[in-house]
Ligand binder design. Structure first.
Ligand code: DC
Length: 226
């Protein structure tokens, strides 16, 4: 692909633990697209709200915190909150627990969606993943995917990730957390997780990482979304 050519915009949504981040990052690398983890932005603002003890019902405090906060994602997927590297901090259980209620706040969503759309408009070719990237952030994306997997498989994947970080939770605790987050993310009033009609649904339960990456790349390379 010639560097002056218009590269595609790709949006991937799906529930927690479906493998969106690792898959999107790899596809970004292979196709030369900028990768944007929109969930990391919700996590960063959640960390700031927790640290500042902000009550989610206090809309003015939420708004002024958002206006005073700079969230930046580095080229290696580092996450900066007001220039502090919070890449590891935002994956901790205390953030996991609060991020869905924070992401349900319209004032937070409006702010972050505008930022995500601005990044996309300044970039030639982007792959982003989250809960509303196919429906709200990039409704005109060239390719849209919905990645899913069974609750058992998503629990297994999240458990493995957490164990690698030295966090030990029982499979049952992880499953309960995932279900709680799925529930808030798909039931909220403002831009809930949804399957848009023009998305390709990929059930990754019985697929390996390479299989998922290759299926998506094949669709993008042939230029045809079924
Ligand atoms: O993908 P993740 O687990 O890092 O996402 C963290 C939370 O952020 C998730 O519970 C829902 C929310 N989120 C969202 O509402 N919209 C997005 N585009 C991305 C994430």
């Amino acid at each position: 692909m010639n560097s002056m050519q218009k590269k595609p915009n790709v949006a991937i949504d799906g529930p927690a633990g479906a493998g969106k981040s690792t898959v999107a990052r790899e596809i970004g690398k292979r196709l030369g697209l900028k990768y944007l983890d929109t969930g990391a932005m919700y996590r960063a603002i959640t960390l700031k709200l927790i640290r500042n003890n902000i009550d989610l019902d206090d809309i003015n405090a939420l708004r002024s915190t958002l206006n005073r906060t700079v969230i930046r994602l580095g080229d290696q997927q580092e996450v900066y909150l007001d220039d502090e590297d919070v890449t590891e901090e935002i994956r901790k259980p205390f953030v996991n627990e609060m991020v869905s209620p924070v992401a349900a706040q319209s004032v937070v969503r409006r702010h972050l969606v505008a930022l995500q759309q601005q990044i996309a408009s300044e970039t030639n070719g982007i792959i982003m993943e989250g809960r509303d990237t196919t429906s709200v952030v990039l409704p005109d994306a060239d390719y849209k995917f919905y990645l899913d997997a069974s609750l058992e498989e998503r629990t297994r994947r999240r458990n493995r990730e957490q164990q690698e970080k030295g966090i030990s939770l029982s499979a049952e605790e992880v499953a309960i957390q995932i279900l709680k987050r799925d529930n808030i993310d798909s039931q909220r009033a403002d831009s809930p997780l949804t399957i848009v009609p023009d998305a390709t649904i990929i059930d990754t339960t019985n697929m390996d990482f390479e299989g998922v990456v290759n299926e998506i790349i094949q669709i993008i390379n042939t230029g045809k979304q079924p």
